[in-house]
Design a protein around this ligand. Sequence first.
Ligand code: ADP
Length: 609
Amino acid sequence: MSNLYFPICGLFCIILIVIMYFSHKRIDSKETKIYGIMIISSLIDTILVFIIISFGVLGITPINFLKLLNKIDFIHYIIWPGLMFLYIYYVSNLNNKNVNEKYNLIKNIVIIFDILCILIEFILPVEIIYNNDIMGVVGISTIFVYFVVLVYIIGTIIVFLCHVRREFNKKYIPFIFLLFFLVLALIVRAINPTLIIIPTIIDFINLIMYFTIENPDVKMIEQLNIARDQAEKANNAKTEFLSNMSHEIRTPLNAIDGFSQLILEEKNIDTIKDEARDIMAASQNLLEIVNGILDISKIEANKLEIINVEYEPAKVFDELIKLTKARIGEKPLEFKVNIAKDLPEYLNGDYVRLKQIVLNLLTNAVKYTKNGSITLNVDIVKKDNICRLIISVKDTGIGIKKDNLDKIFTKFERLDLEKNITIEGTGLGLAITKKLVELMHGKIVVDSIYGKGSNFTVAIDQMIVNKVKTIKEVKEEKPTKQVNLKGKKVLIVDDNLINLKVASRLLLSYKIETEEVSSGFDCLKNIKDGKKYDLILMDDMMPKMSGVETFKKLQEIDGFDTPVIALTANAIAGMKENYLKQGFNDYISKPIDKKELERVLTTYLNAKK
Ligand code: ADP
């Protein structure tokens, strides 16, 4: 009877765990699933062992039946350590990027190994012995089971030792207990094979696991803590981003505001022109910041598209060289350019994004180099109709520390701030650059020596277009003269007086007659009063009646056929498509790009009579 004490304890223990575990809401993870199987397997085995021992206690000895039950008991000894091994393997590799792939491979190996061992186990003979009324099991199948357990324990020890040096995971605790108790149990069983305590020990380990790591409540709290940490991190990143942006936006705003005040007081026309140019440069800078934010928002919404068109690469590099020279300005920097002589005349690709990539690298080179030189190298490798552009931008600037090389392509990451603090930047440029290069199926690498300089290399494939320059295209290279749209009348609708003034002033330069209204209601009134316009420029975000609402009401007016262009600061990803979908004829974003305005004006005003 005393031989039943251990199994009875084990049975109570495992029934309690199974009830508590499965009655709780659980987190759906691999570890939880493994643990679920572990306790179910233990429950079945503990009941089995209880029956086996009870037979002995009651003096019933159906040998073949008992042999079968013992074989099933041994299956548990094969499955449970395997599950423990998988559990330890999984939790040890949680920080590994390919954890799921690796785990699935190991899981399959374990399953195959278990099936093989179970088959062998069934073939091998088992012997039942009796010592008074106490039953014991001996024979080669027992030795084989010990061997399998040993294999799993050694495997688990190896995984444990490989990872414990790097980081001690509290999920190892039950395993350490298991090792201790198993060694103890094996010694006891070797001395007295009739003492069946292993299932009880396994139940005890399950219990330790439940109270230390696999308790659903503990797991929920863990998950909540992780979620809270992530939310805090996201919140901090947002705060940091806002303060960073506020600083970045204030810098050009300060220039715009300061120079505007000076212009008001200044009488000398040359000085006024100079200051106006500085205002334009600061506005350009401001626009670049806003565009950077827009690009990141588009990238994150997966809306950034690569638009491939035919272009002349030589022209693109010419523009880049001009822009870089302007950015170098008075800085004592030598700008060296080497462009492959056999650069094809025409390529097909997204030259706007290509320009943005190289300009980002050149701008950084100028920003982070005090003196010395900047070199732009453009090499090509042609294969069939593909031309690989290998563009490198090398500088003799401050360089990047080795530890920071991985981080520079992360958004909002500005490094080495003790050196960079006076250099303007948002930490968005390289994140956008890398994403653009990837979208164009290219590669970007950086090589840098701290204190000596950096070298960024980009490789992008573009299609070669085989054609000869036409006379028309040569003609197009000549600067176009100012467009004259005298006699045309445009209605501008905007609630902001300054915006009305800017738009009206820009239209005046094309000799266009303008009328300005500050609400959708006034716009509707003018049209209903029978006033005629050749074009309407419509802001969207206006109080009481938005531009879209005004537009819808305009469409309901009989005979209304004036083209309406959305002229709005609402420029985030997908907005243009959205306005066109609403029925607007075209879209211009604020601040108004003169080229865009001219495109729209010539399209819609020249097209009419
Ligand atoms: P930022 O707006 O700060 O220039 P980027 O994303 O373009 O943002 O660059 C991220 C960081 O990488 C910079 O803050 C700077 O520390 C580092 N970096 C980029 N280019 C260079 C370079 N040519 N030389 C040295 N450091 C650079």
